[in-house]
Design a protein around this ligand. Structure first.
Ligand code: ADP
Length: 457
């Protein structure tokens, strides 16, 4: 069942239940009032008869003269009857009309001295009074009745009228709820269609309901914001794949070219050519291997599922520095480390922190000419842990600075230095995964200082 139909049906059913409850209680009160009215009528009539024909022993007796039907007729009027019954409810005398009907009678209900009976398919309210007819019957029943037809008709006419009004009211309520629900749900309908038309190829579609400030407007704004984020994520993934395949192309082409060269020349190739080609293949394969590792580290750092745990940062720093000591020595770069005496712990992922720090140290060593110095320092204050890598190297050009943390961005001046341009993007993702950040200060020709900061709680 659609939401719209459900709203309309619920609304109509609720209204019907309400109306029926109100009507049922009104009908009961009305019926009660009518019964009361009828009971008053028959009691009054019976009193009139006893008063008019009271015998010796009034008010519990009637004169024998009343047992003549014509006398009883003087008390009865159209719609009422008066009769006297014996102990077995056999009619002794009755006024003309229904009272003298000799056919079977049916009692609908009795309540004290009152009863409702059906005589000749007409309903009557009757009142019984025990009387004596001195000298004739020591025990008799004076019974007066009043037809209920006029009241019953009134009630049934009222019921019909109310039923028709109710039916129309319920239909009207259903229609009103139906159109109201349509008006309320139309934006959802449009949103559904928009959501159905969203696919990765057309993520630029937006609802654009900026003018609405109600709940629907907020939902639409949330929907658009979700599409913005999705589009951004898709775009980033697309660019990543495009950039990665582009970066892979160069080393792959070099490997393939050198391998074909060796295949073509075979044993005829001179030992130097063979050595150069094999060296190129090994170097390029290593480059690809490093690139792949870096990409994996980047995607790991960017995934939501990085589980942080208590990590000894001193150990992470020592391991990362140790990994670059040989290369620094080869390049005659002085690599020093400054660690605090106390152990620094942080909620972190040791492998990712190690990769990030290693990337910073690797860059510093790579971009610092022989004779320069690289300093790695760890410090902790009340709010954060700071990992700093400073070098006396080439520095970074002002126009490169805003871009160096982008994936695959490489400084213009350093095209010859091996690298993939992913290193600093990894550092930034690792910092984000630790709810921290990375910053840089650099002066061209003098050196650079990278700071990786991680908040403690
Ligand atoms: P890669 O080092 O592989 O080129 P990165 O993402 O690590 O990629 O660095 C991006 C760019 O930032 C580098 O190409 C370089 O131009 C610049 N850079 C990073 N670290 C330093 C540094 N310590 N000194 C000078 N330039 C640096």
């Amino acid at each position: 069942m659609s939401l719209r139909l459900r709203v309309a049906v619920s609304f109509a059913a609720l209204l019907l239940a309400l109306l029926l409850t109100v009507f049922a209680s009104s009908l009961t009160s009305l019926r009660h009032a009518f019964d009361q009215e009828l009971q008053d009528e028959v009691v009054q009539l019976s009193e009139r008869v006893v008063q008019g024909a009271g015998g010796a022993g009034f008010p519990f007796s009637i004169a024998p003269a009343l047992l003549v039907p014509q006398v009883l007729d003087t008390y009865a009027s159209p719609g009422t009857f008066v009769r006297v019954l014996d102990a077995d409810r056999q009619v002794i005398a009755a006024s003309a009309g229904p009272g003298s009907f000799r056919g079977p009678e049916r009692v609908s209900w009795t309540r004290g001295n009152f009863a409702r009976i059906v005589i000749d398919s007409e309903s009557y309210m009757v009142y019984h009074k025990r009387v004596r007819v001195p000298g004739v019957f020591p025990y008799a029943v004076l019974e007066v009745g009043h037809e209920t037809r006029s009241f019953d008709r009134l009630l049934s006419a009222l019921t019909w009228r109310v039923a028709i009004v109710f039916a129309l009211g319920v239909v009207a309520a259903f229609m009103a709820a139906w159109f109201l629900a349509q008006a309320l749900l139309a934006p959802l309908e449009r949103m559904t269609r928009a959501a159905e038309s969203v696919d990765p190829a057309s993520l630029e579609r937006r609802l654009g309901w900026g003018g609405r400030s109600d709940e629907v407007g907020r939902l639409a704004a949330a929907f658009d914001a979700m599409l913005d984020r999705l589009a951004l994520a898709f775009e980033r993934e697309r660019r990543f794949v495009a950039d990665a395949s582009h970066e892979m192309k160069t080393p792959l082409a070099a490997i393939s070219g050198n391998a074909q060269l060796l295949q073509r020349w075979g044993d005829e190739a001179s030992p130097e050519v063979r050595r150069d080609s094999l060296q190129a293949i090994v170097r390029r394969a290593r480059e690809m291997d490093r690139m792949l590792r870096e990409m994996l580290a980047l995607s790991r750092a960017e995934s939501e599922a990085v589980a942080l745990r208590p990590t000894n940062v001193n150990a992470v720093v020592r391991a990362a520095v140790a990994g670059w000591e040989e290369q620094a020595r080869d390049r005659r770069v002085a690599l020093t480390v400054q660690l605090p005496e106390a152990q620094v712990d942080v909620e972190g992922e040791p492998d990712l922190l190690g990769v990030a720090l290693s990337n910073l140290i690797g860059n510093a060593v790579k971009f610092t000419p022989p004779g320069g110095a690289v300093t790695v320092a760890l410090a902790r204050n009340a709010a954060r842990v700071v990992l700093e890598v400073a070098d006396t190297g080439a520095g970074i050009a002002r126009q490169d600075l805003p871009h160096i943390f982008e994936r695959f961005y490489r400084g213009r001046a350093e095209r010859q230095v091996p690298g993939s341009g992913v290193g600093l993007a990894i550092v930034q993702s690792v910092a984000k995964a630790h709810h921290g950040g990375v910053s840089v200060e650099s002066e061209l020709g003098k050196g650079s200082r990278f700071r990786l900061e991680i908040p403690v709680n």
